[in-house]
Write a protein that binds this ligand. Structure first.
Ligand code: FE
Ligand code: FE
Ligand code: ZN
Length: 291
């Protein structure tokens, strides 16, 4: 079964219920959200009543909580420990995020591995491993999904080797996994047109059982550009047919696919893009939806 959805909002008022309503409007059976603004750490208290209502609405509409994903905010950087207080803050905030996931009943938390900001890849990776092991000392049942990164600046995790080194250092392997991002893979130098080859390489190095989510985005930039600028499906350098092949690849059938494509003017493109995916037909008027 196709498991498809998008990034949705999570407001302090409507919380998980609002995210679920939005997802259903888009025709989704999966979704991802930030528990607050991605660029800051102010988070409101979770309402048990809203969560319960949301979970009821999900089960009435065939959305499994297994396919609901939280994305940790960008300000968490586990790779750099030059400033001790910032590093410790990142660890503390990640622990709080994990607690919020547990309160919401969400199992997967997507995390950008981090940027070493001059420390070098090796030290950066050691910092990430140390931080994640510390976070996992807190009893929890969340699986942290390291996202494949574009390789912008000093980002760690733009190739499978780096991600493997991190996973190798994690003591509790059942608490770690991977989230692909097609735009990031393209920008870091992987050819999405040969997605089966990518999966094979990933399986040999890390293992398919670690892959739990795929972000579906086209890219504004050419392969290997190390930029990270998402584009709407079929409007970028990856192309619609190539993305369809990722979405409908039998090896990724049970993995939720999440759109993080840019808004068109004032409008989210997800409803239209999900129609494109379900009908397997490119919509060349997509960029006109806000008019
Ligand atoms: Fe991300
Ligand atoms: Fe992503
Ligand atoms: Zn991105």
């Amino acid at each position: 079964m196709l498991i498809i959805g998008s990034h949705v909002s999570f407001t302090s008022k409507e919380q998980l219920l609002g995210s679920t309503v939005q997802s259903l409007e888009y025709g989704s059976n999966a979704f991802m959200f930030y528990t607050g603004a991605p660029q800051n750490t102010s988070r409101s208290k979770l309402s048990i009543a809203k969560t319960k209502e949301a979970i009821t609405l999900m089960s009435e509409n065939g959305i499994s909580l297994e396919n609901v994903i939280v994305h940790a905010p960008y300000i968490i950087n586990l790779a750099n420990n030059k400033e001790k207080d910032k590093y410790e803050f990142s660890i503390r905030f990640l622990i709080e995020e994990i607690n919020r996931c547990e309160e919401l009943g969400v199992k997967y938390l997507v995390l950008h591995p981090g940027s070493h900001v001059g420390l070098g890849i090796e030290l950066g990776i050691q910092n990430i491993i140390h931080a994640l092991n510390k976070v996992n000392k807190n009893n929890h049942s969340i699986i942290i999904l390291l996202e494949t990164m574009a390789g912008k600046g000093s980002e760690i995790g733009s190739n499978f080797e780096e991600l493997k080194t991190i996973i190798d250092g994690i003591e509790e392997k059942e608490k770690i996994g991977i989230c692909f991002d097609t735009c990031h893979l393209n920008d870091s130098g992987y050819n999405i047109k040969e997605f089966d080859k990518i999966l094979e390489e990933f399986d040999q190095l890390i293992g398919m059982s670690y892959l739990h989510c795929i972000h579906i985005n086209d890219s504004k930039n050419i392969i290997g550009a190390k930029k990270d600028r998402h584009e709407n499906l079929g409007y970028g350098t990856i192309g619609f047919e190539t993305l369809l092949n990722v979405i409908y690849n039998p090896k990724t059938e049970n993995i939720p696919k999440i759109l993080e494509t840019p808004w068109i003017g004032e409008k989210a493109p997800y409803k239209e893009e999900i129609i494109m995916i379900k009908t397997k037909k490119f919509n060349n008027k997509l960029k006109e939806i806000d008019k």
